[in-house]
Write a protein that binds this ligand. Sequence first.
Ligand SMILES: Nc1ncnc2c1ncn2[C@@H]1O[C@H](COP(=O)(O)OP(=O)(O)OP(=O)(O)O)[C@@H](O)[C@H]1O
Ligand SMILES: Nc1ncnc2c1ncn2[C@@H]1O[C@H](COP(=O)(O)OP(=O)(O)OP(=O)(O)O)[C@@H](O)[C@H]1O
Length: 575
Amino acid sequence: MTTVCTAPLVSFRQVSYAYPRSTEPVLRDITLDIAPGEIIGLLGPSGAGKTTLCLALTGIVPQFYRGRFFGHLTVAAHDTLDHPIHSLSQAVGLVLQDPESQLVTASVEHEVAFALENAGLPVAEIHERVARALAAVYLTDCAHKHPHDLSGGQQQRLALAAALALRPPLIVLDEPTSQLDPASTTEVFRLVRELNATHGTTFVIASHASEEMATYVDRAIVLDAGRIVADGPASKIFAHTALFSRLHLRLPEVTATFLHLQRGGEYPANATLPVTHAAGLAAIQTLPPAHAFTLPPAAPPDRGVPILELRNVTHTYADGTTALRGIDVQIPRGEYCLIIGQNGAGKSTLLKHFLNLLQPTSGEALIDGVPLRDFKVSALAQRIGYVPQNPDRQLFNATVEAEVGFSLQATNLDPAARQARLDEALEAMQLVHLRHAHPFSLSKGDRARVVIAAVLALKPEVLVFDEPTTGQDAAGARAILDLTQELHALGHTIVIVTHHLYLMPDYAHRVLVMGHGQLLLDAPIRDAFHAIDVLASTSVAPTQAVALARASHPDNRALTPAELALSFAPPRSRP
Ligand SMILES: Nc1ncnc2c1ncn2[C@@H]1O[C@H](COP(=O)(O)OP(=O)(O)OP(=O)(O)O)[C@@H](O)[C@H]1O
Ligand SMILES: Nc1ncnc2c1ncn2[C@@H]1O[C@H](COP(=O)(O)OP(=O)(O)OP(=O)(O)O)[C@@H](O)[C@H]1O
């Protein structure tokens, strides 16, 4: 903790704010001081006002958005209403959730140099800062690439490098790791601590990455419906299980595990709940020894002709990047398959081969044994539905109904059948009451459901999801995954890419682990999540539950906090 008793760097005084044409304030009576050198974590359910608070720190709210702003906010002694955004940007660096919207130049290194050149720094210093920032986010090898040719996770790291290179006294990060692989997520939080220690940089970080937030931030502030409802040391806030439950926030897995143990009587009711991995390891030593825990994997579906297959597929992009190298994979009908691996491993490239959006440079992609290149993309859409990484980019109609009905226009269904499909999809996605709403007036979770409804209306056999839980809060992520489970139960084949491993044990059966364009492992989820060495080779750290399970007993194959708690339970209460 590096809090220093000087004038606050940030001072909110009774700040309330409403967006234009909105009667409801999004920030309500915020009074808050942030001292120089603090690392602040901002928590809260979707729509709580975290992004708006981040934007207020940069002056973008209200200067760009307008709306009604009450109270006073100063950052580095600048009143955010009196100083133009560009002058505030010397004091505050901002990294937004959607990195692509922030990328403005034609090469990775120029993207980082851009703001430094504008700030008039000497050329030698610009070179030094660009090199250090790119190295810090592992993008040195991509320095000459076009930012739009980077994978989603690489773009997020680039936006971060650009903010870091400027070294302002305050850096605001809004969901900075939502598209990063697990090892890079931890690296970003480590980097935050390092910059804080070396430069005294103050950070405000809004993130749903509970494990990292609990470990790396000093102080956590919880927002709900625009108000601060809790503010205190991270060790206290992340152990406030009643608050987390009330707001549907996700506890770190270590905290959830000890909460289970407390409820089962294996951990003292009055003992402090650990919130960091290190504290969890220490607390485990106080428990009776764990037992090996495992369950047999779900029976694989019928291995008849696979619905999707790649045979020795290699893909090289126009700029010479080989993103897939000799991939052989079969996905049987009825599978629920998860694809994981480092940023840039080739996951999205692989998905695009299933959709015929990309064709193999060599090898073959097939559906039901028929080469995919024989299908038009539009005909294929009725067999394989695709929910892409940033669903917002799919929305271009004025109402939810028009958006969902749009995909049906390309079919040869008669009007009555189309209407029935539309109603069915709206019903399945619980969007009936929003059918006349504009998609962009909806919450992020509802917007994602609109895109899924549009895909679902075509009744495809296979549903492919590329990082569907990005930027969703815990409840939103669960809702989307519960839906995938329902679709799976109805017979759909599900293929999903995500970096949020902790969400998947309740859903996925089989895991493909990719690294450097290769398929490193194809195994049931329990085996894959415990294949620590294979995961490490592709920047995937085990989940906290898996790491704690392995520390508790060499053969403990628990995957979730509930399973982990069971492995400490007396034999009579185990399955
Ligand atoms: N440009 C805008 N115009 C009108 N309302 C907006 C605008 N941007 C956000 N809102 C609304 O303000 C509220 C707070 O949104 P905000 O994005 O700050 O929440 P958040 O806590 O960051 O949520 P999330 O975790 O989903 O990112 C929401 O109800 C949202 O719909
Ligand atoms: N259009 C493109 N042109 C050139 N290279 C590309 C293009 N799209 C992706 N790449 C490169 O191909 C590799 C694989 O990218 P891909 O998007 O498939 O990775 P990913 O595993 O989905 O990553 P992430 O987890 O970051 O989304 C990366 O090195 C990326 O930079």
